[in-house]
Write a protein that binds this ligand. Sequence first.
Ligand SMILES: [Ca+2]
Ligand SMILES: [Ca+2]
Length: 245
Amino acid sequence: MNATKFHRTLTALAAALFLPAPVARATWVSAESSNINVETRWVLAESSNVSVETRDWVYLTVTSPHGITDPVAGQHQYAPNATVQLSAGDPDPGYLFSKWTGDANGNANPLSVLLDFNKTINAIFAPDGRDPDGDGLTNYQELVVYHSNPDVWDTDGDGFSDGYEVTSGFIPTDPNSSPDTQLVIYTAVEVRFGAGLGKSYRVESSMDLVNWAPVEEHIAGTGGTIARLYSVQEIPKRYFRSVRE
Ligand SMILES: [Ca+2]
Ligand SMILES: [Ca+2]
């Protein structure tokens, strides 16, 4: 015999013997009314004596993916129209508290929240863009991406800044990974021209033999040959000429 059938049997037996009906078990019923969750608790003590207890709640849901808040991230239950002080605390390394979004805005900290309806508020901790050691990497890049020291210009002590190592393809936390191991050879052009003593010259270059731009100016003549080397990495094909100023 299951519990329900047993209860019915007891009730029928009690009625037959003119005894009070057995006490039923308490039952919880939840419902939702508009935007406020209503939780109603029904307690059946006796068949002739029913009491009802009703409670209303509002919920504050907090998200905070890169820092700590108080109350902490999650869902919290309050009485309707309660005012809650929501504060942003310690950020994760490399982040800074920025603002509130969702059912709040601005960056007041702490933030006073009136819970006149269920609210979701997001604490936005943004990447810390400061660079206190001046090495060209932000605190976020140092702490989260490259794991270098945000307060030390040259974390691995190899004589190159953390930022220079990153931009040149080396590891800023490994002294064995250093830009001074890098040697690159490029070709250049050598320009030679006769330059009279006491005269001044400039060297110009052109892509089309029509438009000329100065490459070097105020070259003092020596009464002999002047020789100059010019890189051709950025403009590999161009013409050169020397001009007396
Ligand atoms: Ca830095
Ligand atoms: Ca270094």
